[in-house]
Each structure stands twice: as structure tokens, then as C-alpha cells.
Design a protein around this ligand. Sequence first.
Ligand code: ASP
Ligand code: CP
Length: 300
Amino acid sequence: MRTRRSLLDLDDLTAEELTEVFARAGAFEASTPEKRLAGVACVNLFFEPSTRTFTSFNLAELRLGAEVVNLAPKDLSYLNKGETIEDTVITLSAMGIGVLVVRHPEEGFPASVAMNFDGHVVNAGDGTHAHPTQALLDLYTLLEEFASLRGRDIAVVGDVVHSRVARSLLAGLKRLGANVRLVGPEAFVPQHYGDGGAVVERDFDRVLPDVDAVLLLRIQRERFAGAPISDEEYIARYRLDAPRLKKLRKKAIVLHPGPYNRGIELDESVLRFPGWRYTTQVMHGVSVRMAVLDLLVNGT
Ligand code: ASP
Ligand code: CP
């Protein structure tokens, strides 16, 4: 049996494991799961706000029968009693904690935690770096729709430069053979982002008729100072609204990792669009996270 230690980004999963995560997520959705994490203690350590990721990891752990502890920053001695994060992690290891789910504003924080921890670490989003379980649930949602992503055209629109969701998703889309268009102004999609195989586009209206799916991103205002583009200009050029929805192909779908900002990257008409898949993504988030925890703890 092979066990994977941690999931820090999508590269930590082999192609086989990626397929396995999707298969297990499907199985968990199809029937009541067994308590495959019985006796495993999971600690959720979130240093940034989170509605979706936090709640779905909690549900995933509980549905698999794990013991669950939620540690908020205010509960951590290391933030005001002189202890280090390394010693905090050593302490949690000594209690036999099996899984640490970590969200943090600093890139690489979950990886540094993993160096001192005996169990499995799951990155629940670190700075602008990575958000692997979000990418997995986005890929799962796309695969449910299209069966294969090879040759499919996917537009990722908005603040790509500050988005850990975009970074992890791009890696996954590339692995699964999709054609990716990164759409946005220079400040959010630098020209050199096209060097890795994706096509950089500035004109959203021109891209709309050519894609199978659009993934909208929130402007990550908490990650930069100032306003590289005014809201008015962003809305005029990049907001998905009724006239732009009309330009999409008939079977095209629209995704968003959430939280979405009504009036900025989308308007109300998107929420009524038949191809809007946001709630489907959220629903799959629980089963995909169950699959990840099961794979890390119980192996392939
Ligand atoms: N919730 C996602 C994240 O934490 C996306 C976002 O915040 O816009 O990265
Ligand atoms: N998509 C996502 O990560 O949402 P939260 O920030 O609410 O967890």
C-alpha cells in the first residue's frame, strides 16, 4: 500500500491518484460512506476567513467518522506566548493528530508545517500560491460536464496574478489536456503568463463564443494595495452579464470558486443562467475533500 504524506499542491498527486480522487468522490456521492477515518484526529487550522473550504473540510471529516478539532488563531499559544509554529506542530504531532488542514496568508506556510509534522498536511489555500482541493473540485465539476477535458477550451477570467485558485487549476487543466485562455487586464494577467502554454487574452467579448467553460475569479483586494484598474473599467471590460452570456456557446458553463462579488465580476443574470455551476462546485467540494482525506490516510 502506498500512502501520500501531504497535499500541498496538485503536483503532489500522480495521474493515477488524480483519477482515484475523482472516482472516490463519485463513490462517496453515490452511497453513504463508511467511517474510513474512524479514530483519526483532524485539526483544521485556518488563519484566514473561509466559508466554503472550512465547512466542507469539517463535513468531510465528520462524514468519514474522524475526530475533529478546529483551532482558530486566537486559540494558538504560539501567537502570543513566545512559542514557535515548529514547536506547536511538534506538540500536535505528540497528541497523535493524523491530519492538519491549513489555510494561511503566507505562501509556503503549509509546506513548512509539513516539515515538522508526523501526519498528513492538506493545504487549504496559502497566500497567492496554491489551493489544491479547490482545483480538484473545479476539475471534478468540469469532468462531470464534459467527460474529458482534452481539447476543451476554458477561459479563466480576472485577477489571475493574485489567485491561488487559478495557479492550482491551471496546473490541473494542463495535465488533463485543456486549452486555457487567461483573460484580464495586464495588471491581473501579465503577458508572460502565456509562456507556460496558456493564451493571454485582453478582450473578453472575443473569447466568449470560443469557449466551453468560463471560470470567473474574484479581485483579491486583500492581497494588494491600490487599484490597478478602476471598478468601472473592470465592469465594462470583464464583468459577465446578460449581453455577454448571450455570446457564449449553447452548452457552455460558468464556474466561480466563491466568494463571488455581485456587480463586479458577474451580475444577477449569471446566477439565473442555466450553465451556472457554482452550487454544483460547492456540493462536490465535500466529496472531493472526503476523497483527498481518504487517499492521504488510507492510501490507494
Ligand atoms: N476562496 C478562494 C480562495 O480562498 C477564492 C477567493 O477567495 O476569491 O482562494
Ligand atoms: N473557494 C473558497 O476557498 O472559499 P472560502 O474562502 O470561503 O473557503
